[in-house]
Design a protein around this ligand. Structure first.
Ligand SMILES: [Zn+2]
Length: 251
């Protein structure tokens, strides 16, 4: 049995924490070290590994200090992370590889689009997907192409519907406001928007979300819907994805 927690960090990041019944703990994308160290101490958790999804500072910023505090911790990351954190003992992971921590198998999934070497870690039901799939939206395309991001989202959408999407930012409200503007009369989006407005008003997090819920309320996972395609005069899902992503960039 494992337990999932999230530590709020920086402006709107979450650092995900997975711990087992022996208090052994895995840390995902530590943007900063101090809140993690405090959280571990409070809960008497023993960190054993850090999983990194991509090279942005708000995902790897705490690694150096965590390594100083816990010198035997194992750190996993894709090539782009190794190239950023030069000199640190990072175990290079590649897509389709499986790593084992806390007795769980974590499948490494290539998820390019936000950055070229972005990976996600999947250990059923948990998906740690960094900045590619958000609740109600998807990441900005900084290095990849829209086609890569579109393929990444489709690939993730094939996972089990009960998958818990553990993304790295609290962007849900803004994403749903955008979706509501595009589809003002859509029931599932309106319901989810009202729920998340209430959660955020009470300073509660909107995550993790489930893949099933995202398939209903995340317009970037609904690009195959012909009504939506007709609304933007496009004839295929990928073209619609590109239109929506460009609109969201300026929302
Ligand atoms: Zn990022």
């Amino acid at each position: 049995m494992v337990h999932l927690s999230a530590i709020p960090a920086l402006n709107d990041n979450y650092i995900w924490i997975l711990s087992d019944s022996n208090n052994k703990t895995v840390i995902i994308d530590p943007s900063e070290a101090t809140p993690v160290i405090l959280f571990l101490r409070e809960n008497q958790y023993q960190p054993v590994a850090i999983l990194l999804t991509h090279h942005h500072a708000d995902h790897i910023g705490g690694v150096t200090d965590l390594l100083t505090a816990f010198p035997s911790i194992r750190i996993y990351g894709p090539k782009e992370v190794c190239q950023k954190l030069i000199g640190l003992p990072i175990q290079l992971i590649t897509p389709d590889q499986i790593i084992t921590e806390l007795g769980l198998a974590f499948h490494i999934i290539a998820t390019p689009g936000h950055t070229l070497g972005h990976v996600s870690y999947y250990s059923k039901p948990y998906l740690f997907c960094g900045d590619v799939l958000f609740s109600g939206g998807c990441g900005r395309i900084f290095e990849g192409t829209p086609k890569q991001m579109f393929n990444t989202l489709n690939h993730l959408a094939d996972l089990d519907n009960k998958t818990l999407i553990c993304c790295a930012h609290e962007y849900t409200l803004s994403n749903l406001k955008f979706a509501h503007q595009i589809l003002p009369n859509d029931g599932p989006i309106m319901t989810r928007l009202a729920e998340v407005e209430l959660l955020r008003k009470n300073q509660q997090m909107s995550l993790p979300t489930t893949l099933a819920l995202e398939k209903k309320t995340n317009i970037f996972l609904r690009c195959h819907e012909q009504v939506l395609q007709r609304q933007f005069s496009v004839e295929d899902a990928q073209s619609l994805f590109m239109v929506l992503r460009a609109l969201k960039d300026n929302f």
